[in-house]
Design a protein around this ligand. Structure first.
Ligand code: PLP
Length: 386
């Protein structure tokens, strides 16, 4: 055995695990205990209590997730939004300003737009491909720059290396929502992001049966996030920790299958006359393609597209498809189809949606792990009937 770093496949199974297992158990049991007996010499800060995210279920997950993204530390939370809002409230103070990428997950966009002001925070939204625009938004009080690896729902890949360089030049904390890529396709710490976060509800757990979040990155920043989470109470419960832990073990095989099927489907959609636009970084025609090839190990399982006949045709396609479930959310083993204007971006006004390029007929597809050929046949058949 040589000393090279294990692959991510091996880390998914073994990183952070307690060995030998407790009572010989191969799988870490659920520590369904809010508190733990005090030990001799234990200090106040050593107290184990479920809200403090320090049970064995939490600490093993933290170590595994940090290893997956080649980062220093990680903490899990009760949802992706708990991770996002706790990052803001732990690392920003009244008066601070944040530069956000303009096409963000609707919940993040909404929160920044509608709640920042009440906390004395301010922000600007910038085009991910225009570093000149980022510089124009910079203020003396700018503290953070926040991007998504692959945006939702337009599946764009911004100039992520430039984000890191810009953050370093101006002393900003760089934060990235890595939900869509998952650590299999992209590990932000490897190109220098300070913090990455996930809606673990999606690919990390992968089975559409729990809500959870993850913050991964620099040890000092993760410690601040964890401390604020102790106050705000966004810890993940032990049973959900167990399910996330179980889901993670198959992340690589799921995501690689999703990468393959999404690329096949994007190709079929792009060639179909009823489709006017396909957003997928794996397509050579996509503006983010070269960047995605350079930075990612796979193009991901998310794509979106628009039909020539707009919202009416989108409705017909949804009713013709047999395999995908018509439902919001993403990253599960089952393919899901949704219309962002009615789900993830419904909180935005029609003007805000149009400004970020989300039309009423846009269809977003989260590709599951069903057979690639079955999915392709299903889309071909449905498209022929709209
Ligand atoms: N980030 C992205 C990219 C998302 O798609 C979502 C939810 O859809 C979130 C964050 C929020 O995650 P959660 O629903 O787990 O709070």
């Amino acid at each position: 055995m040589n000393d090279r770093e294990p692959t991510i496949d091996t880390k998914l199974i073994h990183a952070g695990e307690i060995r030998p297992g407790i009572e010989g158990a191969v799988v870490l049991p659920i520590f369904q205990s809010v508190n733990f007996e005090s030990m001799e010499g234990e200090e106040y800060h050593d107290i184990k209590y479920m809200r403090l995210s320090n049970s064995p279920n939490h600490t093993v997950l933290g170590a595994k997730l940090a290893a997956l993204e080649s980062a220093e530390a990680a903490v899990v939370s009760s949802s992706g939004m708990a991770s996002i809002t706790t990052i803001f409230h732990s690392l920003l103070s009244a008066g601070d300003h944040v530069i956000f990428q303009d096409c963000l997950y609707g919940g993040t966009y909404d929160y920044a737009q509608r709640e920042f002001g009440r906390h004395g925070l301010s922000c600007d939204f910038v085009n991910g491909d225009d570093p000149g625009g980022w510089a124009r938004s910079l203020r003396p009080e700018t503290k953070m720059i926040y991007f998504e690896t692959i945006t939702n729902p337009l599946v764009q890949v911004a100039d992520l290396e430039a984000v890191v360089a810009f953050a370093r030049e101006h002393g900003l904390i760089s934060v990235i929502d890595n939900t869509f890529a998952s650590p299999i396709n992209f590990r932000p710490a490897e190109i220098g992001f300070d913090l990455s976060l996930h809606s673990g509800t999606k690919y990390l757990n992968g089975h559409s049966d729990i809500v959870c979040g993850v913050v991964i990155g620099r040890r000092d920043l993760v410690a601040k996030v964890k401390k604020m989470m102790n106050y705000l109470g966004g810890s993940l419960d032990a049973h959900a920790c167990f399910l996330l832990h179980r889901g993670l073990k198959t992340l690589a095989v799921r995501v690689r299958q999703q990468n393959v099927s999404a690329l096949a489907l994007a190709g079929v959609l792009e060639e179909h006359p009823a489709v006017i636009r396909v957003n997928y970084p794996g397509l050579a025609s996509n503006s983010g393609h070269e960047r995605a090839r350079r930075l990612f190990d796979g193009f991901g399982g998310m794509l979106s597209f628009e039909l020539a006949d707009g919202a009416r045709a989108a409705g017909r396609l949804e009713s013709e498809l047999r395999i995908p479930v018509i439902a919001p959310s993403l990253g599960g083993v089952e393919s899901l189809v949704t219309r962002p204007a009615a789900t993830s971006h419904a909180g935005l006004t029609p003007q805000e949606r149009s400004a970020v390029g989300v039309s009423d007929g846009l269809i977003r597809l989260s590709v599951g792990i069903e057979g690639t050929d079955d999915l392709v046949d299903d889309f071909r058949r449905a498209l022929s009937r709209i």
